[in-house]
Design a protein around this ligand. Structure first.
Ligand SMILES: NC(=O)c1ccc[n+]([C@@H]2O[C@H](COP(=O)([O-])OP(=O)(O)OC[C@H]3O[C@@H](n4cnc5c(N)ncnc54)[C@H](O)[C@@H]3O)[C@@H](O)[C@H]2O)c1
Length: 277
């Protein structure tokens, strides 16, 4: 068991959604938190509430030099780092035939290379601790694929493979690796993303997709944070969040080549029903 009380936990993308909820929960449990985001608005207010135990920094995870500097700053400030949570992420809905390479690269730079940047910058510090943990936030979409999500699916499947292999590389060390696969969590992920095509192939936009997502995402960020914290404490290799993630993980394992014959018609039907309400 890794008790978080007194530990130093670095969290990327901590300014919104799951990252912000996890930051607050870790502070509540007595941890010292190094919170970073490219957008500091929510963190500035929290910093005033927790002046001694919260260290906030503006960091773009796709910038490897900035992440390396942030890791040095965190260790200089708190004297150690015990847990890294690679949480920052963005979303993109774009059909494979029209997707712009620049959009794919934008997403991969944040959702995949951002995770690699975090690991490379923090692992040398984590390895020196008696007990440490890396948490990489993948997704339900790191377990199963859906239409219009080839970029997001590619990044989240990559995070899963990278994390599961890293866990095995580090098995004889003090560093546990936790891979997290959330289903739908009510956050700003869609509102902050780029959305051009919907699951059924029709054209959409960010506002419409965000409104649909708000109606189907069933888990709160606070609940997601509780499940992640439990996973950190237990050093669980694989953490699923939400009934949707648990059910669809089983489905794609039972029907690996054909699960989309069930999931695609069901999501298209659900989307049409929501649109008509
Ligand atoms: N919400 C969901 O349904 C869901 C499901 C599965 C996985 N996830 C994953 O959970 C993680 C957190 O997402 P969320 O739902 O809380 O979304 P969110 O949009 O509420 O929060 C993401 C945070 O990441 C930050 N961010 C984006 N790009 C960044 C960059 N280049 N550098 C630093 N920070 C950056 C944003 O400013 C934001 O504060 C993401 O990795 C996401 O892919 C979310």
């Amino acid at each position: 068991m890794l008790e978080v009380n007194g530990k130093v936990i670095a969290i990327t993308g901590a300014g919104s959604g799951i990252g912000l909820a996890l930051t607050k929960l870790c502070l509540h449990h007595g941890a010292r938190v190094a919170a970073s985001d490219r957008n500091m608005s929510s963190l500035t207010a929290l910093g005033v509430e927790y002046p001694d135990v919260l260290h906030c920094a503006t960091v773009d995870v796709s910038d490897s030099q900035a992440v390396t500097q942030w890791a040095k700053d965190v260790v200089a400030h708190f004297g150690q780092c015990d847990v890294l949570v690679n949480n920052a992420g963005v979303s993109l809905s774009s059909n494979i035939q029209t997707m712009k390479r620049a959009d794919l690269a934008w997403l991969m730079d944040i959702n995949f290379w951002g995770v690699v940047n975090g690991v490379e910058a923090f692992l040398p510090h984590l390895i020196e601790r008696p007990a440490a943990c890396v948490v990489n936030i993948s997704s339900l979409f790191g377990l199963m694929a859906v239409p219009s999500q080839s970029a997001y699916n590619a990044a989240k499947f990559a995070v899963r493979g990278y994390s599961e292999s890293m866990r095995q590389d580090l098995r004889d060390t003090n560093v546990k690796v936790v891979t997290v696969h959330p289903g739908g969590v009510k956050t700003n992920i869609v509102r902050n993303g780029k959305h051009f095509d919907s699951l059924d192939g029709s054209a959409t936009n960010t506002e419409e997709t965000a409104a649909m997502f708000a109606r189907v995402a069933s888990t709160t960020p606070e609940r997601a944070a509780e499940i992640i914290l439990k996973g950190i404490k237990k050093g669980k290799p694989r953490v699923l969040i939400g009934r949707d993630a648990i059910f669809l993980d089983i489905l794609q394992r039972l029907l690996p080549g054909v699960y989309d014959r069930i999931t695609v018609p069901a999501s298209v039907k659900g989307r049409r029903r929501l649109a008509s309400q």
